[in-house]
Design a protein around this ligand. Sequence first.
Ligand code: FES
Ligand code: MG
Length: 580
Amino acid sequence: MTNPPSDPKRPLRSARWFASPDMRGFAHRQRTQQMGLRREEFMDRPVIAIVNTWSEMSPCHIHLRDVAEAVKRGVLRAGGYPVELPALSVGEVMVKPTTMLYRNFLAMEVEELLRSHPIDGAVLLGGCDKSTPGLLMGAISAGLPAIYCPAGPMANGQWRGIKTGAGTHTKKYWDELRAGNITPADWLDLESRMTRSIGTCNTMGTASTMTGIADAMGMTLPGASSIPAVDSGHRRMASLCGERIVAMVDEDLTPQKILTRAAFLNGVVAYMALGGSTNAAVHMMAMAGRAGVALSLDDLAAVAKRIPVCANLFPSGNALMEDFFFAGGMRALLWKLRDHLSLDCLTVTGRTLGQEIADAECYDDDVIRDASNPVVPLERGATLALLRGNLCPDGAVMKSSAADPRLLRHTGRAIVFDSNQQMLAAIDDPALDVDADSVIILRNGGPVGAPGMPEWGNLPIPKKLLAQGVRDMVRISDARMSGTHYGACIVHAAPEAAVGGPLALVQTGDMIRLDAVAGTLDMLVDDDELARRRAAWTPPVNRYERSYAALYKAHVTQAPQGCDFDFLAGTATVPEPPIY
Ligand code: FES
Ligand code: MG
């Protein structure tokens, strides 16, 4: 027995393949029956792609095969025909030099998978950092109805009675090991105990930030981003995604209809209240560029000045994603922020955000705070501080809420490294001329320079300073930083050094002045001297004459534009593939 087909109000896109009376149409039907399907199981039914970023190199996505089965149940129940399409996993931990290099690869793959196959709508399975923007960018550009099904965060972790969060505590205990406060045996013990379950990082890293933003923008079922991967409710949510996407095809509810500027600004409000990762400042620009929505770093900074960190999660706070879920999750947070949101924005349910959060409740006012009782008061730091000055004329960002407040206004002497390898080789040298007031700078870590803008920006604190008790310093780079990390790290300096940005001109010994409150970052070097240095500057040698990295370097935009490829951004129409 199969459920009756759904009732699309218009011809299905997939009918171009399946309903055609010619020889090609015969081949499409014949080959589908080759897989054991009866004609009535796929003819006249919305074909739903389940774009699956499952991989055995991605622990955060290892359960997505099971999740896909739950999605299929929902699709079949609603009268659709589900097909699973594997896509690049971009698992944050294993992929080198950085998953950021491959975000656009995934986005391109998703767009072309959906375009080139007989697909009517898509459920997108992902969650680990870059997979959310990659999947959404591709789906926006493909222009078919799509719903995002986040992988879900891992369960809470504890080590020796202390709550431990993925990423945040790796970094914390690494510093304690280097400072001699824990033993190598402790470190080994931590290795097997920190990550208890499947799922994405349980801190407010990039994964939770981006899935939360997708939720607030209306691209997931309301509240879906907070459900832990191991919770039975997660599979029920996945099944509902499958059921709902079939109706979305009938309604022709495409991402373009959901992702208006107001929806993006709702995403920005959620980003700031979550105390989200600086990475979101890049990904939001890229997604907005695909949707044809004007969005700038200044838009983000303006919201950051109004909305403090309300989610009490590591690294800004002290709870984990499972606590956030039990406290009511994204729906509760959005309900508390309702006065700052455009409640008439449409969501994938076909209802408005306001309708979807109207009955939300918060069960723990410490984990999900009111804006009047924030985790970090705005005077003490924001989720995102935008900086400009002669070191970063196009902008640089920092998560000032996760920095030592003492450093938000700081002047210090620069110690400059030209590469990550050079820095790692020198940073723990006892002879390094550095003190707690120094400003450590890393260049050539940007989108073109690295290439791919790796998460090198949480520059290590020299071992001899760690031993003295120093735990934060001003650090500057054109790279990115993991959302799970913390500290006075200024990242995404643009333009980057490798394309001749002024970061290329700074020298060890220059004085650097940061005022994160006023939004400025300058090297105190006069213009004549900078002009002399510029005249002597030569671009780094290009080590990539072929490969995907060569394509990436040739077409990637700078961080304030989202690091998309120039030929993928925008909303120009791409012709449907001819079928013959
Ligand atoms: Fe995958 Fe953090 S490593 S979400
Ligand atoms: Mg991360």
